[in-house]
Design a protein around this ligand. Structure first.
Ligand code: AMP
Ligand code: ZN
Ligand code: FE
Ligand code: FE
Length: 293
């Protein structure tokens, strides 16, 4: 049983449509797939139809851009009611924040002598719910300025680089509460990606987040070293949090993040789904069903 709980379609910054993503999962032998586009539910319907067709179990999810103690932190939410107004309002704020910083970002690139405007980004963003840095990166590839997204982030778009512009992100603790109120469960995505020793997300922080309703930690992720994974697994164990593993697949948008490159243990997945059932009952909201083949 191969379970991959973190993937992106072109409704955010992946390069496959939701249907292509699910079909690809079936081809490479994934049994359970979560679609977790950034800050939107836009891929759910199409993915669910494809999952029924090709016989993949689909977990409807989302990855939300949050902030904790000033640090950018991503939160995976599984099976929330996607019609819950307070959640939708906060997601709109995040999507608006991404779109509204774009003019300033593009102005910085133009100051660097790059002839780029919003139409170049719109063209590559296609079906995406908002235009983010990965779309700017794709536009820079199309203009022949860089060869891929990685180079665009390394030279221009990453933190500390000349075209970096900050944007709104949701408060992590509040978002865990919103996901719970929507009848879903949350897992901190790649908590220590590239910052094991300095992160504000330490044992004490995780204990506090658990008290706020956090269900799990994404332990196995391409941006975690073997030592980081071992330390996070121990932490999850100590705090009785679910430990997940996932690819964070973005199609051709991220190299070496292939579907199924990390997977979630069956027992951990079953625990997560049991917690989701409790969350739905507690919240009294009708959360989306798992799509079962
Ligand atoms: P934004 O939310 O618009 O600020 O863009 C952030 C997103 O860009 C992240 O969620 C990642 O999916 C993506 N990203 C961050 N760093 C890189 C990178 N080096 N290469 C490709 N994509 C990246
Ligand atoms: Zn992404
Ligand atoms: Fe992420
Ligand atoms: Fe992701």
């Amino acid at each position: 049983m191969r379970i991959d709980l973190h993937t992106h379609s072109d409704r955010s910054d992946g390069t496959m449509s939701p249907a292509e993503l699910v079909e690809h999962a079936a081809e490479v032998g994934i049994d359970v797939l979560a679609i977790t586009d950034h800050d939107c539910f836009a891929g759910w319907e199409e993915a669910a139809r494809a999952a029924t067709r090709v016989g993949v179990m689909l977990v409807r999810g989302i990855e939300i851009s949050c902030r904790f103690a000033g640090e950018s932190t991503h939160l995976l939410g599984y099976l929330p009611d996607a019609t819950y107004p307070p959640l939708l309002e906060e997601l709109d704020r995040v999507l608006d924040g991404r779109n509204s910083r774009l003019p300033a970002l593009l102005a910085r690139l133009r100051e660097l002598g790059i002839d780029i405007d919003i139409h170049d980004v719109r063209r590559v963003a296609g079906e995406a719910a908002a235009m983010g840095r990965p779309h700017v990166a794709d536009a820079l590839v199309d203009l022949g300025v860089v060869v891929n997204r990685d180079e665009a982030f390394a030279r221009f778009l990453g933190p500390g680089r000349p075209a970096y512009v900050d944007r709104y992100a949701a408060d992590l603790t509040e978002m865990i509460g919103l996901i719970a109120a929507a009848g879903g469960v949350s897992v901190v995505a790649h908590p220590w990606a590239g910052r094991h020793d300095s992160s504000a997300l330490d044992a004490e922080a995780f204990a506090g987040l658990r008290a706020a309703g956090l269900a799990g930690l994404e332990v196995d992720h391409q941006d975690h070293s073997a030592a980081t994974r071992a330390a996070l697994r121990r932490l999850a164990d100590d705090l009785d949090l679910v430990a997940t593993g996932s690819s964070d697949f973005h199609g051709s948008g991220k190299i070496d993040f292939d579907l199924g490159c990390n997977t979630t243990d069956v027992a951990q997945f079953e625990r997560l789904m049991a917690l989701a059932e409790v969350a739905a009952i507690t919240a009294g909201r009708s959360t989306p069903a798992l799509v079962t083949p």
